[in-house]
Ligand binder design. Structure first.
Ligand code: NAP
Length: 486
């Protein structure tokens, strides 16, 4: 594996437009910061609205030719990119840890997860299906075909800097759609590295373009309203998702939105407690709790909450916090000062309303945006963290006594991304899984993300699904051709 300065040195820091690396207008740049030290790692190009327009025009110009490439060629591009990601996983993981903070083993895990979207969609590219049907009156035939939607705008968040990109680019390339992708300003480096890999893998000039920018709205809004793009796929907060949905309405863009979550994690009295604690660690501590799928409200049956709380606090309190590049570190820094302040104020609010701290809760002095793994018990349902994403390593426990009560509490949120349910009673498991208003349910497991499964939410957690057999449909139009036969 290369050292820190050489991975930063090696990555391109310019915009990727029409197969070429180009400076932003007037050479503008912005800084990328290491959240474990607060120090600047490097500067990258800061796109202007004109740069954004140039990127979208390149995508539009490339669309017709790209749509004509054969499914096998597009599958080969994706498989080549998969191989390159896996070959360079160590360096890419280090780059991600430096810009985002997650521990190196988690960053390596994300590179493998990200690459898997390319392998999955390489398979889907060659299985885009259609249909042939006889009209009910018998006098015509229906030929049903799938075509690429057209040029796409893709916007991704900082918490999974590589995987949120491949989860959109994989199906876009498989379907034959060109795109402009804009990563979050905190984590542009992973996406820039991915652009180089896609070019090496044979993706033609203009088929994939990348703009990095500080003024996300200033660059993207004119593109969304331009009428040149046919689709917007966004992963990020519900607040921004609502704004983008409104902007997309003007030119009626196809939209896919993967938004925020407020996952309930429910432990019934008949659950295997070891399994439930393992599940809680996975669902809470992946990515330092900075995940849309993070367990945000842990409802534990009142007969076992004390024991569960003790075991979870012991496990969480023992996790090593530090810079993600250090050996044995399990919990890196939060993304920035605002993220740290949000977690700190949510914990203060819960404690002010009567919650008890079982472990953590105190920020240590020093550089970087570190927050300790924290378990709170007796968190009332009116605490601010009960309806906001914590986005940090804080597990709030709330007791419940009946199945009916906990299902009502779990559904008492505008979000509906994922729920976790721990029980050994199959009938109860199915009853609860079917009553919970979320797009995904983890039954006796704390992780649901899998490129081969349809990922997405109900309610204000989003529109559409990414991954699975349906992920490619978000990038395809259905066309029906009526053929007269009599
Ligand atoms: P965010 O503030 O909504 O930002 C997401 C992306 O949108 C970033 O690239 C951001 O650019 C861009 N953006 C912000 N304002 C914009 C605007 N007016 N027009 C166009 N683009 C704009 O969210 P975040 O804090 O980065 O990410 C965390 C959120 O993402 C959480 O709510 C989390 O639950 C959600 N998330 C959801 C999923 C899922 O699959 N459901 C997966 C991961 C994360 P800048 O970087 O310049 O602000």
């Amino acid at each position: 594996m290369s050292d820190e300065s050489s991975v930063i040195e090696a990555v391109e820091k310019r915009l990727f437009i029409d197969g070429k690396w180009v400076e932003a207008t007037r050479g503008a740049t912005f800084d990328v910061v290491d959240p474990s030290t607060g120090e600047v790692l490097c500067a990258v190009a800061d796109a202007s609205p004109a740069d954004g327009r140039a990127a979208l025009e390149a995508a539009v110009a490339a669309q017709a030719d790209f749509a004509r490439t054969s499914p096998r060629d597009r599958a080969d591009m994706l498989m080549a990119a998969y191989e390159l990601l896996m070959e360079r996983a160590d360096d890419l993981a280090l780059l991600m840890t430096l810009e985002m903070g997650k521990p190196l083993p988690e960053a390596r895990g994300e590179i493998a997860y990200a690459a898997e979207f390319f392998r999955h969609f390489a398979g889907e590219a060659v299985r885009i299906d259609g249909g042939y049907q006889t009209a009910p009156a018998g006098n015509a035939r229906f030929l049903i075909a799938k075509q690429p939607v057209g040029p796409c705008l893709l916007i991704t968040p900082w918490n999974f800097p590589m995987a949120m990109g491949t989860r959109k680019l994989g199906p876009a390339i498989a379907a034959g759609c060109t795109s402009v992708i804009k990563p979050a300003h905190q984590t542009p480096l992973s996406m820039l590295a991915l652009m180089g890999i896609l070019a090496e893998a044979g993706v033609p000039a203009g088929a994939v373009n990348c703009v990095t920018a500080m003024d996300a709205g200033g660059v993207m809004e004119p593109l969304i309203r331009s009428g040149l793009a046919r689709k917007l796929s966004f992963t990020g907060s519900t607040r921004v998702g609502r704004v983008l949905l409104e902007q997309s309405a003007e030119k009626v863009l196809r939209t896919s939105l993967e938004l925020g979550g407020n996952a309930p994690f429910i432990v019934f009295e008949d659950a295997d407690l070891d399994e439930a604690v393992d599940g809680a660690i996975a669902a809470k501590m992946r990515n330092m709790g900075e995940a849309c799928t993070a367990a945000n409200r842990l409802f534990v049956h009142n007969s076992i909450i004390d024991e569960f709380g003790r075991r979870l606090a012991d496990r969480m309190g023992a996790l090593t916090v530090g810079r993600g590049t250090e050996p044995d570190v399990k919990v890196g820094p939060l993304i920035d000062a605002a993220g740290l302040e949000k977690v700190r104020s949510l914990v203060a609010d819960a404690v002010g309303r009567g919650a008890t701290v079982l472990t953590g809760g105190e920020v240590a002095a020093g550089n970087g945006y570190f927050y300790p793994p924290t378990v709170l018990t007796g968190v009332p349902r009116d605490a601010a963290m009960a309806d906001q994403e914590i986005f940090g390593p804080v597990a709030p426990l709330t007791p419940f006594s009946t199945e009916e009560e906990v299902v009502e509490a779990a559904n008492d949120t505008e979000y509906g991304l994922v729920a976790y349910v721990f029980t050994n009673d199959l009938r109860r498991a199915l009853r609860v899984a079917e009553s919970i208003e979320t797009g995904m349910v983890g039954l006796n497991q704390g992780v649901v993300s899998n490129p081969a499964a349809p990922f997405g939410g109900m309610k204000q957690s989003g529109l559409g699904r990414e991954g699975g057999a349906v992920g490619i449909d978000e990038f395809l139009e259905t066309k029906y051709i009526g053929i007269a036969v009599s």
